[in-house]
Design a protein around this ligand. Structure first.
Ligand SMILES: [Zn+2]
Length: 298
């Protein structure tokens, strides 16, 4: 390997090696969804709350209050909305967030939802040594298991920041799936250096994430504000195409972002639109179990 050279000086084994380290394997779009549904709808909420601020060492009340809103106001609104549509969802939660908000994990479990891994304190995996990433992942799994009563079966890396060590740690944790990568609209198996891993990727996309449309930074030039109804039209088009293809529609939302009134209004309209179709609302774990079961069926 000649990684010290500029990329344009790399030989073929070098650039092939980089690309091949973590790669999409067999596609896992099933021929049918449970109950004869036309499309699977996998809603996810990353209950980060205060942890991205804490991870950056931001310990003053302003940023922390913005995160606290997610737990105090966003989560109860979201749970009521999901109950109205009988829609099980997946909550990816950093362990520190789960420890800060006593009872929140239990409220997810009691509502019939899945709780899955999202780091210890929303750490940036690519800036950690592999041992540190591994230690935090195992501590997070132990913490969520204690609070939820069952061990998590899936992971979403914080900020979708997938390091060179992440896939090996995911396999060592015995997880069924990851939900951090973007090589398809539908599920696929992850390959490690060309070899099948048995780990399913349930892919995400910034298009189907609330953060890039709504986040702002007071003292920076970050103002990419999209009106909520503009976002609704994007997500409705994403859903309609998933429905037409018979595939998967997945959303990544954050209680401290989507939980505000004008944004919950469009999430409600989106779910009203979706529920007018023949859909299967499922957790990420349920989608993964279904696509695997169908592969194994004779
Ligand atoms: Zn997050």
């Amino acid at each position: 390997m000649n990684d010290q050279l500029h990329p344009w000086q790399w030989d073929e084994p070098t650039w092939r090696g980089h690309v091949g380290r973590v790669r999409a394997g067999r596609p896992l779009r099933p021929s049918s969804w449970p109950g004869g549904a036309r499309v699977a709808v996998a809603l996810s909420f990353d209950s980060d709350h205060e942890t991205p601020a804490l991870r950056d060492g931001e310990v003053l009340p302003g940023k922390l209050a913005q995160g606290e809103y997610g737990a105090r106001v966003g989560v109860p609104r979201i749970l009521r909305l999901l109950e109205r549509f009988s829609a099980p969802a997946t909550f990816f939660m950093p362990a520190v967030s789960a420890l800060l908000h006593d009872g929140e994990v239990k409220s997810y479990v009691d509502g019939g939802h899945e709780v899955a891994l999202h780091g210890w304190i929303h750490e940036r995996n690519t800036s950690l040594a592999p041992e540190a990433e591994r230690d935090l992942a195992f501590r997070a799994a132990d913490t969520l298991e204690r609070l939820a009563g069952t061990r998590p079966v899936g992971i979403r890396t914080p900020s979708w920041d997938f390091s060179a060590a992440t896939l090996a740690i995911t396999r060592e944790l015995g997880l069924a799936y990851d939900s951090s990568l973007m090589a398809d609209d539908d599920c696929y198996e992850l390959l490690a250096d060309g070899e099948p891993t048995g780990v399913v990727e349930l892919p995400v996309e910034w298009i189907r994430d609330d953060a890039p449309y709504f986040m702002m930074e007071r003292f920076a030039s970050l103002r990419p504000y999209t009106p909520p109804r503009g976002v609704l039209s994007i997500w409705r088009d994403e859903f309609d195409a998933a429905h037409a293809e018979g595939g998967l529609f997945q959303l990544t939302l954050h209680p401290h972002i989507i939980g505000h009134r004008s944004r919950m209004a469009v999430l409600t309209e989106l779910l009203e639109h979706i529920s007018g179709h023949d859909v299967w609302f499922a957790t990420h774990a349920q989608v993964v179990a279904h696509v695997l079961a169908e592969q194994e069926a004779p």
